[in-house]
Design a protein around this ligand. Sequence first.
Ligand SMILES: Nc1ncnc2c1ncn2[C@@H]1O[C@H](COP(=O)(O)OP(=O)(O)O)[C@@H](O)[C@H]1O
Ligand SMILES: [Mg+2]
Length: 290
Amino acid sequence: MSQTGIELPEALEIPARGWLRGLFDRSAPDLAGQMDAAVAAVRSSRRPEYVAVFGGKGGAGKTTTSTGIGSMLAAVMRDRVAVVDSNPDKGTLRLKFPKGQSALPLQQLAGRTEVLHSYSDLRPYLLSNDLGLDALTSTRHRDTTSDGPVYAEILDFLTADYRVVVADCGTSATSDVAREVLARATQLVVVTPAQIDGFYALLETLDELVDMRRSKLLGDAVAVINGIHESTSVDVDKIHADLKRRVRAVRRIPHDPLLAAGAAFDFGQLQPGTKVAYAELAATVTARFR
Ligand SMILES: Nc1ncnc2c1ncn2[C@@H]1O[C@H](COP(=O)(O)OP(=O)(O)O)[C@@H](O)[C@H]1O
Ligand SMILES: [Mg+2]
């Protein structure tokens, strides 16, 4: 069993190559090749990638998806990957990380970035998981009128140490935080739960992006249908088809008992099908890395 215990289905079986070897017991030609090429491209470019994750409503799975994508990328890339709590409301990102850690909120980092010179100076502000993903979390006890400048400073500062920054955003594309994220976003991921109301709520967020003239980013986005229960009565194929008309790719994440419990995101404990789904989602995101 590999470090993360990922197992891909028989149909996808080929020997994993290079950097994938540690992660996958067996891997797929398309998945391995796609991620390999994308990761090489990220390494050769000196520009950071910003992956903005939005959803239509609370509980859609934005934070879980952000953590899942970030964890997969951290595991397969030799560069650092961070996820940033970019939800203007109450963010729950810290709950997705192993217990027993504490970190200063990113608001305390703002205004101090000029005196931080190395990654170790940043450590007091970071949570980490065993796949190597770092997180910067936010505090509710803040002056939200300074969200814009605070996030602008932090997001730019992170590019010195991180090659990929995943922003766990909220439901609105027009908040001050969202505007700073969108000004930098190179990739968009949009999340709907496998529920009708959550899907319609996401469509409203997508309309906001169109109104903001971000149609190109949206057309190149990856949509996630999250938490699909085997026994669901929802017509997931219809949601899938509707989303596919608006975005580049649609990926499905199954309902997973570990995630349903709302505990930390422990990749090794996920169901095999969920692990594969996150690997495929991350591969799809990396396909557009510059
Ligand atoms: N694929 C899934 N299967 C089961 N439960 C999930 C799944 N994805 C997320 N959850 C759970 O649903 C709840 C809401 O997810 P979260 O990512 O926090 O949503 P959001 O950030 O959009 O508010 C959390 O308890 C989370 O653990
Ligand atoms: Mg959230």
